[in-house]
Design a protein around this ligand. Structure first.
Ligand code: HEC
Length: 133
């Protein structure tokens, strides 16, 4: 009986520890994502995510971006082309996909989904890996 309790207590501690370790750190992901954004995205989507009228759609307060997390993972990996409507305006350009790791994609999306007035749930590297397949 006593042994059972000790084993149970130990198992609980181990589970707590594991779930703590696995908790996704959104804050540091956003910080890393800013670096990725500056290198890979800023030239078109601009420093404040405002884009360029009629050419590069905005990411700041983009209804299109925030509407679908999985779609934005897919688009960062594989690109976007054809007509899309962002904040009521039609864009019909092309963006090629990016050769980024699962973590870099999750970081850059966490940055753009949580900057310039955007607020979104975390994108984990696991979600990116699953979408890549
Ligand atoms: C060479 C210019 C260019 C670069 C660099 C670029 N994009 Fe884009 N992006 C575009 C264009 C053009 C579109 C719209 C494509 C269309 O009209 O179908 C777009 C669309 C998008 C969209 C969907 C529309 C929206 O406004 O929500 C997302 C999300 C996005 N880009 C994210 C990124 C991310 C993340 C990066 C960096 C990893 C990046 N882009 C880098 C040109 C670029």
């Amino acid at each position: 009986m006593k042994k059972g309790l000790i084993a149970f207590a130990l198992a609980s501690v181990a589970i707590c520890f594991l779930s703590f370790k696995q908790k996704f750190d959104l804050k540091s992901s956003i910080a890393r994502g800013k670096e990725v954004y500056t290198l890979q995205c800023l030239s078109c989507h601009q420093e404040q995510g405002e884009g360029l009228e009629d050419v590069f759609p905005p990411l700041a307060k983009s209804d299109y971006l925030m509407a679908d997390k999985t779609r934005s993972i897919r688009q960062t990996l594989h690109g976007v082309s054809g007509e899309i409507k962002v904040n009521g305006k039609i864009y019909n350009g092309e963006m090629s996909g990016f050769d980024l790791t699962d973590e870099e994609v999750s970081d850059v999306l966490n940055y753009i989904r949580n900057s310039w007035g955007n607020k979104g749930a975390a994108v984990t590297p696991q979600e990116v890996a699953a979408t890549r397949k």
